[in-house]
Design a protein around this ligand. Structure first.
Ligand code: SF4
Ligand code: SF4
Length: 353
């Protein structure tokens, strides 16, 4: 927290504490307030003031925050989830699994934002470290490089140049290189990398621009003073909304073994899989490569691979057949199937025992 914000927080706390003492007066003292109409109005005013202060106190508390893992984490959805992306991304070893659920140790967490970028389902809530952007250029100010996902979002927001002064750290070089490779696959020009100080003419602003800049500053300050939880921005990294004609994953299915149990459809957080009476549609445009469908499929017939390509929607027809063993109607993806799933499983069990 900046010194300025710290000062504001401390002074607000002092005010809250003082007023809490005044409100916590003995009952006898309160009676004097209720003895006359004027006193009663004064008491009501004090109560209103107290409620306002209570809300203010909650707001002040929420200005400070810690990263947290939300219930949308794949481990909360299924104990079969094997995802460890947040833990693998954390250079400070601040994330551990407790009873199969990831947990962030706030003592070790430096709020670098790596786990927010790494989480495939936006389940790490927190605020990204601030980046410096001037005249639509991303200015490198430290060694902490953004993940490819973050740079791809900046790119679509119109920031296509990166400026640095002096040496470019290996972390930044790697991140820019990876992002440029992805941009190439997306059919977009690369980021332009520029070395050197921003010269005076670049940062010089007209009075009008300066005015807008002040307005922007004021807005930034308001944003900074807003309760932290209102500003949690993990959802901003869903690449699907920025690149609607591409997919970042490929999901393949062994149709001959799928039993149409719908487990994948029910658990997919982005509704990429849809099973109806007549079809099984796989649309990976919004797939975030969480691997949950792969992990929970009881038949192990789904494979998810991270791959950038043009959007392809897979539409497999579902056919209705009559089981040759029990005579019941059943649904399948394979025209040549003759036996329904329960009869097939029974046959397998009988063969074992
Ligand atoms: S979870 Fe597996 S078996 Fe069930 S419908 Fe999905 S792909 Fe088919
Ligand atoms: S399709 Fe599978 S890997 Fe992709 S978001 Fe859905 S559950 Fe996750």
């Amino acid at each position: 927290m900046s010194q300025f914000r710290k000062k504001i927080v401390v002074s607000l706390y002092k005010k809250i504490v003082n007023n809490s003492f005044r409100l916590a007066m003995p009952v006898s003292a309160q009676k004097t307030y209720t003895n006359s109409r004027k006193g009663f109005v004064r008491l009501l005013t004090r109560i209103k003031w107290g409620i306002g202060m209570g809300i203010l106190s909650l707001w002040v508390e929420s200005l400070t925050y810690e990263y947290e893992i939300l219930k949308s984490c794949t481990h909360h959805k299924s104990p079969r989830s094997k995802c460890k992306k947040c833990q693998e991304s954390c250079k400070k070893n601040a994330i551990s699994f407790i009873n199969g659920i990831p947990s962030i140790n706030s003592e070790q967490c430096t709020q670098c934002g790596d786990c927010i970028s790494a989480c495939t389902v936006g389940a790490v809530a927190g605020i990204f470290p601030a980046r410096t952007v001037k005249n639509h250029q991303l200015v490198i100010t430290g060694d902490q490089a953004p993940a490819t996902k973050e740079l791809l979002v900046y790119y679509k927001k119109g920031i296509k140049e990166i400026v640095y002064d002096g040496e470019l750290s290996e972390e930044w070089r790697q991140s820019i290189e990876d992002t440029n490779q992805t941009l190439h696959l997306l059919g977009e020009p690369s980021f332009t990398l520029m070395n050197g100080k921003m010269d005076a003419t670049t940062i010089e602003m007209t009075r009008r621009e300066l005015f807008f800049s002040w307005k922007k500053e004021a807005k930034t300050m308001m944003v900074n003073m807003a309760p932290a939880k209102w500003r949690f921005n993990q959802e901003d990294l869903q690449l699907a909304k920025y690149y609607p004609n591409h997919q970042f994953a490929e999901v393949t299915l062994d149709a001959s073994k799928c039993t149409l149990c719908k487990a994948c459809e029910i658990l997919c957080p982005h509704e990429c899989l849809k099973i109806t009476e007549n079809s099984f549609v796989i649309n990976t445009q919004s797939c975030s490569v969480c691997h949950l469908c792969e992990d929970i499929c009881p038949e192990k017939v789904l494979t998810v691979t991270e791959k950038v390509s043009e959007l392809k929607v897979l539409n497999l027809p579902v056919v209705t057949k009559v089981c040759s063993t029990c005579g019941q109607n059943f649904k399948t993806l394979t025209e040549s199937d003759e036996i329904c799933v329960p009869c097939e499983k029974r046959k397998e069990l009988l063969a074992i025992y």
